[in-house]
Design a protein around this ligand. Sequence first.
Ligand SMILES: [Mn+2]
Length: 376
Amino acid sequence: MGGDKSLPMVLGEGKEYSDGVSRYSVLANLFAERREQKHLVILQGTPDPDAISSALALDYLGSLFDIETAILTFANVSHHENRAMVKRLGVNLLRYSEGFDISQYQMYSIVDSQKSYTELDHRLQEHELEFLAFIDHHRADQIASKALFVDIREHAGSCAAILTEYIKEAAPKGLEPGDTDHVRLATALFHGMRTDTNRLVYATKLEFEAASYLSSCIDSHVIELIERKMLTSSMLGILENALVNRHLHDNFIFSDVGFVRSSDRDVIPQAAELLLSREGTDTVLVYGIVDEKTIDGSFRTRSETINPDEFLKGFLGFSPQSGRYYGGGNVRDKGGFQIPLGFLCLHEEKSQVYAMAREIIEKSFLDYIGKAGKEA
Ligand SMILES: [Mn+2]
């Protein structure tokens, strides 16, 4: 360590501090001073694979110092793929409730979250838990973290890759392919990296280095099973609607999927991607009415000239009440929008509301792309 309690300055995104001390050695020293303590890793929001695997990594690192770790969440794992990960890899997550006994823990950490405060800070303070580590890859929050160890790397594609860097230092010879716990850990971390980087398409050097280190322990079969897309019959129904209701306008496809429950909302972008794969199509807009409250739409394009963000802002405009645009996207290939139905959702005749929404959206869309007719 670079001196008592005061950490040296962190420069850039590298694995070392300005004085050449590695980030991990600082964390390892803190662990060493807290042997056999009990550690709580807190996951904020709905736990995703990057967060879960980062927590597993802290559990592993702590175990090298006989530290016992529990992973605490505030929400259930919802997405199918994430549930599959928890189940396949036998991850043990504790769901927080009022009755949760904090007093048995001496310290806590937060991983993969921009926020370094939690909804149970008052209880953590009451029981005098030390805030051990705050490790993240989102943009640094205005409020500086009070953790003893802070590692925020805004340019990292995933938190899992940062944690893998620590593991690499703790176990330089590599994890053991014959050890099921190591395989579980490596597989979780690789999956975490993949989900945060669009299956490694947007991975940084840190992810590739981490993947290379973990490679001998990654169970590819499990990754394949976890990442397999599962569609419920209601989801298939949504895709079917998108196909049946499609209207072609030159190289544009416009479609709607009907009424959708919020749990099936993720299928709308999938429907847009499916339609975009039609030969000769370069731009797709698909929408549905979610929970009878909002019109949610997805926009996909392969066009060289269309900027999805400009397109959606221009085509739908903004809400007079909030002053915010209804939609937006990136400059390259995708975007989305959400328009509240407001008082219209009180209407008894849902089909009329739907027909009206459809007419308005399609007309504005066609006006915007400079076409009058709407023949399929
Ligand atoms: Mn993440």
